[in-house]
Design a binder for this molecule. Sequence first.
Ligand code: FE
Ligand code: FE
Length: 315
Amino acid sequence: MYRSIPMEADWTQAPELLEGAMSLQLTPEKCDLDYWIKAVAQGTWHGLVNGHALSDVIPSYLFEAGPLRSAVVAEFAFRAIAEELATRAISYLVANAPDIPTMEFFSTQLLDEARHARAFRNHLLELGVEEENLVATIEEAAGDKRDTILRPLEAFGLNVMRDQRDFIGGVIVLTVLVEGVLAPSGALSERKWRPLDPAGAGIAHGANIDELRHLTVGSSIVRRHLIKRPEEKARLLSLISEGNQLWHKLPALDMLFEREVLFQQGLEAHAAVVGDYELVPGRRLVETTVEERLAITQEWSREVQSSRMAFMGLE
Ligand code: FE
Ligand code: FE
């Protein structure tokens, strides 16, 4: 069968999330429903099993209780909830989209996020969690983080998207304050799980390919809005600073720290499996520390956010 998948949606050819987020430009007109069906549904995801390649296995040591298993369960449970909440919130962007291209684009993003939620959730089943214990497992691993981190963010976003029906404000919340902030930990996740949980890394890889589209199209929408309505800049910048202030009050860093501490213990226990694998060029994963991995994601965050903000006209 002949299939032509654009480079940015190709499983093996797509640029890495952070590099792509700084170099690619995609618009809602290009990424319409037809593009999505061919390039994504029949392209990126072709042949995947629960969001990863069939060849991405789950190593037997992940079925044993211990810090590594706890780290993967904590991360995937949290991300399953986050993606579910994002899916539901995006329905208001679909409802309030001012034209067909943005309506179609956010319809596809809504399904992307629903797919991510499903893949993260089902990874827990792949890890041997019993179906009837899935909800309780997610609740136990991430329920408190949902309440302390995700609910306040959701309330902030729904106030803009649902209550004020502010479409472009909602795109800012989603693109800058949620996806822009979380993209670096998604990139780290794919890289750090690659040798230890190939299936989990594959799921993260697929989510990162979709994320590239979400970030770049979202940024194009904001950029275009500001070219047409430059007087909106101050309002959107103050929305961003309000959102950043909210982030500072949330225990998000504590969660990432906790997650990396567990990962560190697991990493040390399974150092032989990881071998010489490099987290970033020239730096072996086994030699990295909790603080170093957190610093790497913060550095990525700064780079990606500043380049995207400049592109949107929000510097
Ligand atoms: Fe997602
Ligand atoms: Fe996304």
